[in-house]
Design a protein around this ligand. Structure first.
Ligand SMILES: *[C@@H]1O[C@H](CO)[C@@H](O)[C@H](O)[C@H]1NC(C)=O
Ligand SMILES: *[C@@H]1O[C@H](CO)[C@@H](O)[C@H](O)[C@H]1NC(C)=O
Length: 408
């Protein structure tokens, strides 16, 4: 063959290859891009550097760390005005502020930062209450989804931990106007006190006010990271706040196997049809088959969000094998015992092989060093209407066998 032609073909192949890879990457790895475009992504991986990499103003009343979170000293917060998009105003004894852009385009911290007013030291303080407890200010986005709520809990925990706060003395200031949701009560279990914007009616001064990390930029959503900071500690903190013990012994003669089901919701404004994706068509069949197959073991199936959050945690913290189709409920894998395993399932048309967009729970398993199995329905004919997937009970039992071999 002509050498020149050979080279051309080679170069063309390589170029097409690179283009294809780039295209795939662009299409399916938005999560990676977000984190790679962080200013110090690689350094952030070394967590100590992440939280010691801070900038101060001249008077040292504002400290901003890694463009992710901030600590304000003796700051006066103006009560919220009566419009939905009202921003808080912060008055501080500062002269000028360092120029900072908080990470991620839509990060509310950039708006908050613009709303800092530098005041004279002798500002009027009469009639103003000073809060001495460490207060962490949080703005929630997708507050009703346990995965997103967990990123907010975890971020607030990290900030508390970095500032050497304790749960019994740390307050949370929720600065958003979300309607009440089931998950709200978790904040008040985790921390000493929770204040919402509606309750702020005077210009309080906070001795130490921290702005928590944006939920979307939580390390929990950086699936690439080989480890995330303090996750084991976060688990212990969470369980102990709910008065649950983090220690459960593995008993291979009596395993606790838990299926979590996803069912359609009662319709609500956010989801008028009430229809949800990724459901198992034959729950009863696979549950009964697994029970017969695993005699002597405990095999249960539950819809987690029907239970109180404490009851959910109690179940999860004593589960050896957790099984579910991809969905926010699997976030609770954070609270599984150290020895346990997670089996995650996907319907036929999910591009899990090339996409990292579905790696939330696989990553949690990696960080917690849990055993993990992923199964995707290989047969199109087992997909049914209204997002139901039929699972062959023998396949399920085979997965349980494989997982049992991994943990026992
Ligand atoms: C935190 O407070 C609870 C009750 O309010 C108490 O039982 C617990 O011992 C306290 N924890 C610490 C570490 O002080
Ligand atoms: C679970 O594993 C972590 C990390 O290996 C360890 O720090 C923790 O103490 C373990 N927890 C229990 C309850 O054994």
């Amino acid at each position: 063959m002509n050498i020149f032609r050979f080279r051309m073909i080679n170069i063309l192949n390589v170029a097409i290859g690179i283009l294809l890879i780039a295209l795939l990457f662009l299409l399916f790895r938005p999560h990676y891009w977000k984190h790679l475009s962080r200013p110090n992504w690689y350094e952030n991986y070394f967590f100590e550097k992440w939280y010691t990499n801070c900038q101060n103003d001249e008077n040292k009343v504002v400290k901003i760390c890694s463009s992710e979170f901030a600590i304000l000293k003796d700051v006066q917060v103006r009560p919220i005005l009566n419009t939905d998009d009202a921003l808080p105003t912060f008055r501080l004894n500062c002269k000028s502020l360092p120029s900072v852009v908080f990470f991620h385009g839509e990060n509310h911290l950039n708006d908050w930062y613009k709303n800092i007013e530098c005041m004279d030291k002798n500002r009027e303080k009469t009639g103003v209450f000073t809060e001495k407890h460490l207060t962490i200010m949080v703005r929630r986005y997708e507050y009703a989804n346990i995965y997103h709520a967990m990123t907010d809990f975890y971020n607030a925990f990290m900030v508390m931990r970095i500032l050497k706060g304790t749960p019994n003395t740390t307050h949370i200031l929720l600065w958003d106007k979300h309607p009440k949701s089931e998950l709200d009560s978790i904040w008040s279990v985790l921390f000493a006190k929770v204040i919402s914007t509606a309750e702020i009616n005077s210009e309080n001064i906070y001795s130490q006010l921290a702005w928590s990390i944006l939920g979307y930029t939580s390390p929990l959503s950086a699936f690439l990271l080989p480890t995330v900071p303090y996750l084991d500690e976060f688990r212990d903190f969470f369980l102990s706040r709910f008065s649950l013990s983090p220690i459960v012994k593995l008993n291979c003669k009596h395993l606790n196997i838990l299926f979590v089901w996803r069912h359609d919701y009662i319709a609500h404004p956010g989801n008028p049809s009430g229809l949800i994706k990724r459901k198992i068509l034959n729950e009863k069949e696979i549950l009964e088959s697994a029970r017969n197959f695993m005699t002597g073991h405990e095999v249960k199936g539950v819809q987690l969000d029907r239970l109180s959050y404490k009851a959910q945690l109690q179940l999860i913290a004593s589960t050896d094998i957790l099984i579910g189709i991809h969905g926010a409920g699997l976030t609770n894998a954070i609270f599984l015992p150290n020895h346990s395993g997670l089996i995650e399932m996907f319907p036929y048309h999910y591009l899990v092989e090339v996409a990292s967009a579905y790696d939330h729970f696989k990553s949690i398993a990696k960080w917690r060093k849990l055993k993990y199995l992923r199964w995707k329905n290989p047969d199109k004919d087992n997909e049914f209407q209204n997002f139901n997937t039929k699972i062959d009970p023998r396949t399920m039992n085979e997965l349980i066998t494989q997982m049992t071999a991994k943990i026992c």
